[in-house]
Design a protein around this ligand. Structure first.
Ligand SMILES: C[S@@+](CC[C@H](N)C(=O)[O-])C[C@H]1O[C@@H](n2cnc3c(N)ncnc32)[C@H](O)[C@@H]1O
Length: 277
C-alpha cells in the first residue's frame, strides 16, 4: 500500500520534474493540462452539469447560448454541448483551452482569455464559471472586473451561475493529503492549509502527477493558491458590477444541492445572478 510520503520520497522513480512554484494560475494549469482529466476522473461532470442546468432552469434561463468562463479542458461545458447548447468557452491557460477545443471536435468556440478582462464576446443566455475557478482571483477588485465582463456579455434575461469554495473546503480538502490512481497514472494531493483557516484568507495545496514514461515515471508538481471569498464580498462585487444576486445554494459534500448554504457544512456556494430587471 502506497501512501503520499512513500511516493513523494521515492526519488529513484523520477525521470524529470516540472516545478511550478508561485507561478500563478496560467503556468499552474499549463503544467497540469496533460494530466488534468486523469486528475479529476472521479468528478461526476454529467451529474454536476445537470444540477447546474436545473438551477438555471429554475431561474427561467431563456435560451441555449452558453459561455463557460475558465472552462479548463472542457469538462464543465461538454455535457451541455451534448445537450444542444451553442457553446463558447475560454480559459487563461492556452494548454487547457487547446484540450477543450480538441475535445469539443470543433463544435465549441474555445479561446484564451483572462476572466478579469473578458471584453465583448457576444450575447449569452447562460454564463458559467465552475469548480472554484473564481477562487484563483486575488481580491475583490478582480471579482468585480470579472463580473463586469460577464455583465457586458449577458443577454437581457441572461443568467450567471458560478461556484466558490467554502471555509469547509479549505479546512478539510485543502488541509489534508490524498493519493489515487487513474488510467495507469498516479496522483497525489498535498493540502498545505491550516485546519483553522480563516475567512478571506489564502489557501494553498500542491499536486503531484506521476505519468509512465519510457519505463520510468515523469513527475509534474503544481502549486495552487486560492482566495476564500466570504459571501458578503461576493454579493458586494456582484452589485458593484451591476449584477443582482438571485440565489446562493449549498453544494453538500455528497454532491447534492441545498436550498441555502452553510459555510461549515457545504463544500461550495453556488450563486445565480442576473442583470437587474
Ligand atoms: C479547477 S479548474 C476548473 C476548470 C473547469 N471549469 C472544470 O470545471 O473542469 C480552474 C480553471 O480556472 C482557470 N483560470 C484561473 N484563473 C483564470 C483567469 N484569471 N481567467 C481565466 N481562467 C482562469 C485555470 O486555467 C483552470 O483551467
Amino acid at each position: 500500500l502506497l501512501n503520499v510520503e512513500t511516493i513523494l520520497n521515492a526519488e529513484r522513480v523520477y525521470t524529470n520534474m516540472t516545478l511550478a512554484f508561485n507561478s500563478g494560475p496560467q503556468q499552474t494549469y499549463d503544467d497540469l493540462s496533460a494530466t488534468y482529466d486523469g486528475y479529476t476522473s472521479t468528478h461526476r461532470h454529467e451529474q454536476w452539469l445537470s444540477t447546474i442546468e436545473q438551477v438555471a432552469q429554475a431561474h427561467g434561463v431563456g435560451g441555449r447560448r452558453l459561455l463557460d468562463v475558465a472552462c479548463g479542458t472542457g469538462n464543465s461545458f461538454l455535457p451541455l454541448l451534448e445537450r444542444g447548447y451553442e457553446v463558447s468557452g475560454c480559459d487563461l491557460s492556452p494548454k487547457m483551452a487547446a484540450r477543450a477545443r480538441s475535445k469539443s471536435r470543433g463544435k465549441a468556440n474555445v479561446f484564451v482569455a483572462d476572466m478579469r478582462a473578458l471584453g465583448e464576446i457576444g450575447e449569452f443566455d447562460l454564463v458559467t464559471c465552475l469548480d472554484d475557478s473564481l477562487n484563483y482571483l486575488s481580491d475583490r477588485s478582480d471579482l468585480v472586473a470579472t463580473f463586469e465582463g460577464v455583465a457586458q456579455n449577458l443577454a437581457p434575461a441572461g443568467l450567471l451561475v458560478f461556484d466558490v469554495n467554502t471555509l469547509r473546503a479549505y479546512r478539510t480538502t485543502f488541509s489534508a493529503d490524498a493519493c489515487w490512481e487513474s488510467d495507469g497514472c498516479f496522483f497525489a494531493w498535498r493540502g498545505e492549509t491550516s485546519p483553522d483557516f480563516r475567512a478571506g484568507g489564502i489557501a494553498v495545496a500542491s499536486t503531484e502527477g506521476f505519468v509512465p514514461d519510457a519505463g520510468l515515471w515523469r513527475r509534474t508538481t503544481t502549486r495552487h493558491e486560492q482566495r476564500h471569498f466570504p459571501d458578503q464580498m461576493v454579493r458586494d462585487a456582484l452589485e458593484a458590477a451591476g449584477l443582482h444576486c438571485l440565489a446562493a445554494y449549498g453544494h453538500r459534500p455528497d454532491g447534492t444541492l441545498a436550498a441555502t448554504f452553510q459555510e461549515l457544512r457545504d463544500h461550495k456556494r453556488i450563486y445565480v445572478a442576473a442583470l437587474p430587471t
